[in-house]
Design a protein around this ligand. Structure first.
Ligand SMILES: [Ca+2]
Ligand SMILES: [Ca+2]
Length: 128
């Protein structure tokens, strides 16, 4: 599956390429399930393994750099999620990721869904 994305100039931490991303906080709202939380955790762990950046979960999206939620987007199929971000001076300030709550897949395909989400989260957050 091809995922369209574009590279932006901004990054976490210092805006200079090749420098540490620092500690980035994230939080989920109450629409995120435990299974989804595990996928998000796994994605951040994988990202930290290969990049000089740390992620810390915090209790509230009011205090987080990256926010996750499930939202009604376009129903089953097509759009799986959307993301937005803000930055200033080449430094990312915040990001939000919304998964489409209309994409309810069967339990047998849950691992595929999680894998897809993992890739999607990694891709979108890495490229922002
Ligand atoms: Ca936030
Ligand atoms: Ca959808």
């Amino acid at each position: 599956m091809a995922i369209d994305f574009s590279l932006e100039g901004a990054k976490w931490g210092s805006p200079e390429l090749g420098t540490a991303g620092g500690t980035v906080t994230w939080a989920v709202d109450n629409s995120i399930s435990q299974a989804e939380l595990q996928s998000i955790n796994a994605a951040f762990a994988e990202w930290s393994e290969v990049a000089n950046i740390q992620f810390q979960q915090v209790a509230s999206t009011a205090d987080s750099d990256i926010d996750f939620a499930n939202s009604a987007l376009d129903g089953a199929g097509n759009v799986l999620g959307v993301t937005g971000f803000s930055y200033a001076g080449g430094q990312l300030q915040s990001a939000e990721i919304q998964f489409d709550s209309g994409d309810n897949l069967s339990a047998s395909s849950r691992s595929t869904r999680s894998g897809m989400r993992l890739d999607w989260v990694t891709t979108t957050t890495t490229t922002r």
